[in-house]
Write a protein that binds this ligand. Structure first.
Ligand code: ATP
Length: 777
C-alpha cells in the first residue's frame, strides 16, 4: 500500500499537465464530473498561466503587474501509518506537477498552479507557493498565505511544521529577516500580531486578556480593535512570540487528529520600510501586511459527535462554508453582493480577497479513500479560488500613518535637541577664566550663581543622557542591514535561494516529530522515517541536524565560514568575536539566538552587552552620537541606571518568552508521555526541559532583584541629587538672608547714627524753643 503513495506520471498526461485524458473516456463519471474534468482542458496550460509565480527569483510579477490570480497549490500528505494499517486505498493522487486525478475515475482531474506529492518538503512548498508572497510583502505588496483542507489533511504541518521540518510561518519569518539583511538601502520596522477565531470570537493570542475583540472598519479596510502588536527584532524574537501565542490557541483531540486545531489563526507581520539615512526624509514609506493563516479543518459529522467538539465543528464548518460562498461569488463575475460579513473569517480576509496584494492558497489533501468526498470538495474549492483576480501593487503611505517615520522623526529631533544642549553646555566659559577684568564684581556674581550653575549643568547632563537613552531605544527598533548599501538586495546568481537555518531553540515550540507518529509510536521509531513518509531532506535540514549535534556556537562559526553576513566579527578573529557576542549577557542562550548572521543587524542587546559593560557605539549597525559610548563618564549615573533597568527589562522579556517556550515544549512532551508511558527518552527530555525552566526562573528572579536594586539605587541617587539641590537652595537662601541682615545692620547703624545726631539737634532746638521732642522710629 505504502508504495502507491507517491505522485505518479500517467500515460496521456504530461508533467506540465497540458494534456489530459479526455473526460469522455470515462465510463463511470456523472455529467457533473465530466464538466469538472473539462475544466482541466479549459485551462489547458495551467503551468504556463501561472508561470508568473514560479520564476527563478521567486518574485514572479505578472507582465501586467496590476492583475494576478490567486496562486493555488495542492499538497498531498502521505497516508498515515494508521491509515496504512487500516488498509485505506489511494483515492486521489498527484499526476505530474499540476494535476490531481481520481484513482477510481481517471477522467476526473483538476489542474492547479502546482501539485505537491506526499514526499515534497515544506521548504520546497515554501519556495514555490510562499516565497514570492513574502518577498512581495517586504517590498510593500500585501500578502496572504493560507492553508485550507479537511481536518487532519496537513494544514498545521504545512503552516507551523515540526522541528525537523519547519513550516511556512517560521520559514517566512526567517526569510523576512534575511531580506532585510540583503537590503542595505532600506530600513525596516516589523511588528507582529497573532489572533485566533474560535467559535466566531476573536481572541488575541499575544495577550490573554484580549478576548472577544471587535472587528472594525476604516478606509484602509477591516482591523481588529485593541489587538496587541509587538515590534520584533530578530527571528528568534518573533518565533518566541509565536510560541507564547500557540500556548493560548484552542487545540483539542478528535477522532481524526490528536491535536486538531479548533480555531482559525491569523499571524500578521506588518512591515514598514523607508530608504536609509538622510534620503529617507520626506520619502514615502512602503507599508504592507503579510497574513499567514492556519485554518481549522472542515469536518464531516462523523468526526466528532458530542459536546464541545461538535459545537466547535459547526462553527468551523459554517465559517468555511461562508469562505466558499465568498470565493464563488468573487469568481462569479455577476454577483452584486459578496457576503463577507457572514463570518469573522471572511470579514478579516475581505481586503486580501477583494483588494490589493498577493494571495497564495495552499490546499492540503489526504489521498486516503476514507476522505474521498471531503478531498473532492477541497479540490473544487481550490479550483474555484483559482479564478479570483486580485491586484498586486505597492502600498505607499504618508508620514503620519507610519510608525517607522514617527520613530525616525523623533530620533532626528532628539538628536537636534541633543546638539543644542551640547552647544549650550559648551558655551559656559570655564570658571577659572571668569573675573579677570573685574575680579571683585565677577567673584561676587560667581559666588551668587555658583550653586545655581552647578545644578543647571547637572540637569542638562541628565537631560542629555535621557535623550541619548531615548535615541538608543528608538534606534534599536529600526532594523537595518549590516551590509554596505552598495551590495544588491538580490542574489548575484539568479535562481539562488536563501537557505533557512534555525538556531537551537528557535523551533523548540514545535513538536519534535509528526503528530501521527506520536499516535503510532509503538510502530515507528521516530528517528527512522516510515516508508513513503520521509520528506526528502535537503542540505539545510542536514545542516540543522548538524547544528543540533554541535550546538549554536559551532553553527555560528560555520555560518561565518560560509562568508555569510559577518559584520559582527572583530579584528581579533573569529573566536573572540563569537565569545564577545555570546558571553556577556546574563541570558546567554537568549543572546545566542540572536547571534545568527541575520541578527548582526538586528539585536539591540548585542550592542548593549551586559550590565556594567560599555554601551556599544553601533546599534543595529548604525552609528549613534559619540556621546552614547561615554554614558559611564557622565556624572549622571542615575540615568545610566535607568538604561540599565531598561536592558534588564528587555532581558526579562526574552527570558519570559523562553520560559513560555519551554513550558509549551513541556506540555507537548507530557502529552507525548501520556501516550507513550514507557518511552524513557521522553521522560529524560522532560527532566531536561524542567531543569531549563528552573534555571530560567532563577535567572528571572536574579534579574528582578537586579532591577529592584537598580531602581533603589537610582532612587537613592535621585534623592541625593534632590537633597544636594535643596541644600544648595538653602545655602543660597542663607546667603541672601545674611546679606539682608548685613544690609539691615548697616541701615540700623546709619539710622542709629542719624538718630543720635537728630536727637542732639532736636534737644538743642527744644531747649531753645521748648518744643516737645519726637523720636522718629
Ligand atoms: N506532508 C506531510 N508529511 C508528513 N506528515 C504529514 C504531512 N501533512 C500532515 N502530516 C501529518 O498528518 C497529521 C495531521 O496533520 P495536521 O495536524 O497538520 O492536520 P490539520 O489539517 O492541521 O488538522 P486539523 O484541521 O484537525 O487541525 C499530523 O500527524 C501530521 O504530522
Amino acid at each position: 500500500m505504502a508504495s502507491r503513495q507517491g505522485s505518479r506520471q500517467r500515460k496521456g498526461s504530461s508533467a506540465g499537465g497540458k494534456t489530459v485524458n479526455s473526460p469522455s473516456s470515462s465510463t463511470t463519471s456523472s455529467s457533473r464530473q465530466v464538466m469538472e474534468a473539462a475544466s482541466v482542458d479549459e485551462q489547458s496550460s495551467p503551468a504556463s498561466s501561472s508561470a508568473q509565480y514560479f520564476c527563478a527569483d521567486g518574485l514572479g510579477l505578472d507582465a501586467d503587474p496590476c492583475k494576478e490570480n490567486v496562486s493555488v497549490t495542492v499538497r498531498f500528505r502521505p497516508l498515515s501509518p494508521r491509515e496504512i494499517r487500516q488498509g485505506e486505498e489511494i483515492a486521489w493522487y498527484a499526476d505530474g506537477e499540476t494535476i490531481v486525478r481520481s484513482e477510481q475515475n481517471t477522467s476526473l482531474a483538476y489542474a492547479y498552479d502546482r501539485v505537491f506529492g506526499p514526499t515534497t518538503t515544506t521548504r520546497h512548498v515554501y519556495d514555490i507557493a510562499a516565497q514570492h508572497v513574502v518577498s512581495g510583502a517586504m517590498e510593500g505588496i500585501n500578502g496572504t498565505i493560507f492553508a485550507y483542507g479537511v481536518t487532519s489533511s496537513g494544514k498545521t504541518h504545512t503552516m507551523h511544521g515540526d522541528q525537523r521540518s519547519p513550516g511556512i510561518i517560521p520559514l517566512a519569518v526567517k526569510d523576512a529577516f534575511s531580506i532585510i539583511q540583503e537590503t542595505p538601502s532600506r530600513e525596516f520596522l516589523l511588528r507582529l500580531s497573532y489572533i485566533e477565531i474560535y467559535n466566531e470570537v476573536v481572541n488575541d493570542l499575544l495577550n490573554p486578556a484580549g478576548q472577544n475583540l471587535r472587528i472594525r472598519e476604516d478606509l484602509q479596510g477591516t482591523f481588529v480593535e485593541g489587538i496587541k502588536e509587538e515590534v520584533v527584532l530578530s527571528p528568534a524574537h518573533a518565533l518566541s512570540l509565536i510560541a507564547a501565542g500557540e500556548e493560548h490557541r484552542h487545540v483539542g483531540s478528535t477522532n481524526f487528529n490528536l491535536q486538531s486545531s479548533r480555531s482559525h489563526t491569523i499571524f500578521t507581520l506588518t512591515i514598514e520600510s523607508s530608504p536609509c539615512g538622510e534620503s529617507s526624509e520626506g520619502g514615502a514609506v512602503n507599508f504592507s501586511q503579510l497574513n499567514l493563516i492556519d485554518l481549522a479543518g472542515s469536518e464531516s459529522s462523523r468526526v466528532e459527535t458530542t459536546g464541545v467538539r461538535r459545537k466547535e465543528g459547526s462553527y468551523i464548518n459554517k465559517s468555511l462554508l461562508t469562505l466558499g460562498t465568498v470565493i464563488s461569488k468573487l469568481t462569479d463575475g455577476k454577483a452584486t453582493h459578496i457576503p463577507y460579513r457572514d463570518s469573522k473569517l471572511t470579514r478579516l480576509l475581505q481586503s486580501s480577497l477583494s483588494g490589493q496584494g498577493r494571495v497564495s492558497l495552499i490546499c492540503t489533501v489526504t489521498p486516503s479513500s476514507s476522505n474521498l468526498e471531503e478531498t473532492h470538495n477541497t479540490l473544487k474549492f481550490a479550483h474555484r479560488a483559482k479564478h479570483i483576480e486580485i491586484q498586486a501593487s505597492q502600498n505607499k503611505i504618508i508620514d503620519e500613518k507610519s510608525l517607522i517615520k514617527k520613530y525616525q522623526n523623533e530620533i532626528r529631533s532628539l538628536k537636534e535637541e541633543l546638539e543644542q544642549l551640547k552647544r549650550g553646555i559648551v558655551s559656559y566659559p570655564p570658571l577659572k577664566d571668569i573675573g579677570e577684568n573685574d575680579i571683585v564684581l565677577l567673584k561676587q556674581k560667581l559666588e551668587d550663581g555658583h550653586v545655581k550653575l552647578q545644578s543647571r549643568l547637572e540637569q542638562e547632563e541628565e537631560a542629555k543622557a535621557a535623550l541619548l537613552g531615548r535615541i538608543q531605544r528608538l534606534t534599536k527598533l529600526i532594523l537595518v542591514s549590516t551590509k554596505t548599501a552598495q551590495s544588491s538586495r538580490f542574489s548575484p546568481r539568479p535562481g539562488l535561494r536563501r537557505r533557512h537555518s534555525f538556531g537551537e531553540e528557535e523551533l523548540a515550540y514545535l513538536p519534535y516529530k509528526r503528530r501521527d507518529m506520536l499516535l503510532d509510536d509503538e510502530n515507528c521509531d521516530p528517528y527512522v522515517p516510515v516508508e513513503g513518509y520521509s520528506e526528502a531532506t535537503d542540505d539545510s535540514s542536514k545542516e540543522d541536524k548538524k547544528n543540533k549535534k554541535h550546538g549554536l556556537l559551532n553553527w555560528f562559526k560555520s555560518r561565518k565560514r560560509d562568508g555569510g553576513m559577518t559584520t559582527l566579527t572583530s579584528s581579533d578573529g573569529e573566536k573572540s568575536s563569537v565569545t564577545k557576542s555570546l558571553t556577556t549577557p546574563s541570558t546567554p542562550q537568549a543572546y545566542g539566538e540572536y547571534v545568527p548572521a541575520e541578527a548582526g543587524m538586528l539585536n539591540p542587546l548585542m550592542a548593549q552587552n551586559g550590565p556594567g559593560d560599555h554601551i556599544s557605539d553601533v546599534v543595529n549597525g548604525r552609528e549613534l552620537p559619540s556621546d552614547s559610548i561615554s554614558l559611564e563618564e557622565t556624572p549622571m549615573t542615575s540615568v545610566k541606571s535607568i538604561d540599565h533597568v531598561e536592558l534588564l527589562r528587555e532581558q526579562l522579556k526574552i527570558l519570559s518568552g523562553e520560559v513560555a517556550l519551554h513550558s509549551s515544549v513541556l506540555k507537548r512532551l507530557s502529552d507525548e508521555a501520556v501516550h507513550n508511558p514507557k518511552k524513557e527518552h521522553i521522560q529524560l527530555e522532560m527532566r531536561k526541559v524542567n531543569e531549563e525552566i528552573k534555571a530560567k526562573s532563577q535567572q528571572i528572579a536574579s534579574i528582578e532583584k537586579q532591577m529592584a536594586d537598580s531602581i533603589l539605587s537610582t532612587q537613592g541617587k535621585i534623592d541625593k541629587l534632590e537633597n544636594s539641590l535643596s541644600y544648595a537652595d538653602l545655602v543660597e537662601q542663607l546667603n541672601e538672608k545674611s546679606f539682608e541682615l548685613e544690609v539691615i545692620q548697616a541701615l540700623v547703624n546709619v539710622f542709629s547714627h542719624r538718630c543720635y545726631v537728630e536727637h542732639f539737634l532736636l534737644e538743642d532746638v527744644a531747649y531753645n524753643s521748648e518744643l516737645p521732642i519726637y523720636m522718629s522710629g
